[in-house]
Write a protein that binds this ligand. Sequence first.
Ligand SMILES: CSCCC(=O)C(=O)COP(=O)(O)O
Length: 975
Amino acid sequence: MSAENSSPALNVEKSIVILLDVAGTTTSNTFLKDTLYSYVTKQAETFLKESWEEQEVKDAVKLIKDDLDQEAAIPLIKELTEKNSDNEGLKKVQGLIYKKGYKSGELKAHVFPDVAPALESWAKSRKIAIYSTGSLESQQLLFTHTTEGDVSAHISKYFDQSSGSKTESASYETISKELEVKPEEILFITDSVDEAKAAKTAGFTSVLITRDGNDALPEEASKNFPVISSFQDVVFDKSVKRKNEEESAPTEEERPSKIAKTENGVEDEKDKEEKKQESPVKESSVDAKVEDEPMEVDDVAEKEGIADKGDVVSEPSAKTEEITKTEDTATNKATEEKSDSSQKLITETKTEDEKPMETDNNSVETTTVETIVTELPKEIKVTEVTTKDTEEKKEVKNNEEIKKIEAAVDEKPCDKEELKEATKSEMNKTEIAVTEAIESDKTENSVASTTLEIKETTVEAEVSKKETEELKKQAEIKESKLEEPTETKVEKEESKKVDEEEIKSTENENLPTKVEETKTEASKVVDDTKKEDQDEPKIISTADTKTADTEKKVEVEVINKEELQKTDEETKAATEDTKMVTEESKMVTEETKMATEESKMITEETKMITEETKIATEETKMATEETKMATEETKMATEETKMATEETKVATEETKMATEETKMATEETKMTTEETQMVTEEIKMATEETKTEDIKMVTGETETVSGETKVPTEETKKVAEDTKLAKEKTNVAIKETNVATEESKAVIEETKVATEKSNIATEKPKVVTEESKVAAVETKVVTEEPKVATEEPKVATEETEVITEATKEGSEETKVATEEKKSPTDESKPETVESLKMETEEQQKVKPVEESMDAEPSSVTDTKPESADEQKETVVDIVDKKEEPKVVENGEEIKATEKKPEEKDSTVVEKENKSDLANGIEKSNGVGKEVTNGNSKDEKQNGGATESTDSNVEDIKVKKIEEAATDTTPVSVQV
Ligand SMILES: CSCCC(=O)C(=O)COP(=O)(O)O
């Protein structure tokens, strides 16, 4: 061993297990990257498309990522492979893809040149195990298909990431426990410093290796770990090998050759090598130290796996898989569910698995049996001790037989060693045949275990048969020695040999496959022996006629016969044993079947539960999402409700303002109307009070009364002027009224718009409320499952409902308020119209001027100036000042706006008077228009259109006043 400079010394002697990393240790990284991974990227698509429905593929893909569909899986697998990901699922998929490549010969795994020889050498005294991120299947495939041949025979166990991460010390502790070997007795060789550290932390002896193509190791690495560059650097001192092994057990090279010679006479090295590879366990040595610290190695399971060159073996999950396969080859796709019963089954099967290996060794020599018995779990020990007893019994029996024969046939003593060898060889041959049959039948561990039990008994039967044959042979040899010439003897021997070989080969073909056949064979042996026994006396009777030598022969024959009888009995007993064992085996098989069925059911149930859990999880996720969405919707609805409430508020404010404006406009209109009325009234009064003469004067008419010509005075003219002005003022007032009416209209429009807005604003919350309600219902339904999540949306929903209700109420109130506000606005116009109508009606009540003249209203009476001049003055004052209409009350001027309610009455009276006057004027005017009727007609024609009617009424009124003021036509006065 050569460690690099300044590296710690490498002491490997205490190591009984060598644990090896793969990439960068046994195999080049370049091979992995350029060949394996590249193969995966090329084959991924085809492979996944072809094998997507296979359970192991599904399981592996699922392990990469849950719910991965084919389209997504293909690029992901490629990508992860290119990234050299250690994803466990990926490694499993890769393993499945490699399988195809290795099987077809497309792939051949690289191992560094020193690997195969080192493995072979180490395996003689140590156990070798592999620990890689690659899946168990990948590992097995790799070591089975290397450029150096199949080196998997030297490897006892494989570990993958199911034992944990390679950079975590806990994983190494797990491996140590799995191997049942102390950590300090495990040597770990790797190229990774992190892995070396983790293993060292767990107590392993870690060794770093440098390889071509690897990254250089960090400098401090060599200070902490021994560094090697080849497996040749690790050499074990042979002296640590177990004494027993050195003393009695044949070496690796010796044993198979001996078997070969015994069995076939000639067996080439190739066959020998094949056998070695097929049954590596049989050949692996067990170190003395292993006795102290039992090491559990799943040898048979591995052997089966190796035989199948693709089945994953070793980890509990893989074992479960194996068991499932065993019991149901039709549905032999494994499950990795780790149920309790599966675990139990694993233990049972494992126990059974371990037996054959040890039994094989036991059959080779008793000392080995003892050693192994100490290593085995209790349950196995019972079986093993029984086996050992049987073996010892057989040995003793053999020796006795041999001694007896030796004594009887002193000319040619039986070769004890040869007999032993023959027995051994027979058993080995049977075992190989059984193993082959197991492999060919694709029977798995548990069946193998039961079959191996059968095998044991078969071997016993075989031994018995062999003994019988041997004895027979001895007797024949002796007989022929005595009777026949050498030539005949040789011929007979040869012919017998040929026969035996034929039988053997037939037996070897048939033995392992059927228990019943084994039984038959055993019975056949007994029958044959009996037959021969019956034949024997014939020979003896022939001998009777011969010489004294013949008598001696007869004695020998008798002895032989007795011996043969004994053997016969033993054979019978063995056959009985065989039967019993067969029955037991059947029962065990049945039990195993049942257990497997249970395991299957549990697995199915577990799967279903897992599926259900998944679905439930998905549902919960969806429900949570829906709840979230509903909550969001509720939030939004609440926001919208808030906004709508705000809008409603604004609309309400606007409505209020509009209403206020309308009110004001109405007030203005009223006032203007009243002013107009007052002015009109005043004019009327003034006109009334003006004498006909005065009117004439006012109109500037000259008249000759009683021969006296009267010319209108300046004063009269002025009155006329003033009247004109009053008329204009009235016009202005009317225009103002019109403007006010227009404004009122506009306000009404605004109010309408505001009302519309308000309506819309009221509708919006309603819609939102509906939405909220729907959302709330959805939320309720959706949130049934996640109860906790339901509480919030419920509260939110209820709040929303409350808010919505409040909003509704608010909206209703707003509506009502809007309606309320609307009505005065609408009424403002009718009010004006009504008043005007009233006026019109009043106007229609045509009263004779005389009557109206006679009737002097009290108010008018009160305000009536005492003289015509005073009256005129009053009118002039009003017109001149062009101010707010004034009412003169008891000589005091009061602003129209300041008028008291009682004053209104007087105004009304004045109005009536004015109407009377106007009517009187019109009536008296023969050429005057039918104003009243016309007005009435207009109203009808307009369909009651208030605005036009209003203005018409006003116009008519103004015209009347104008006419009254300006018309100097005597006609009017004459009336
Ligand atoms: C062992 S077969 C495939 C190898 C593989 O995929 C891998 O990643 C090996 O890495 P490690 O260093 O963990 O053996």
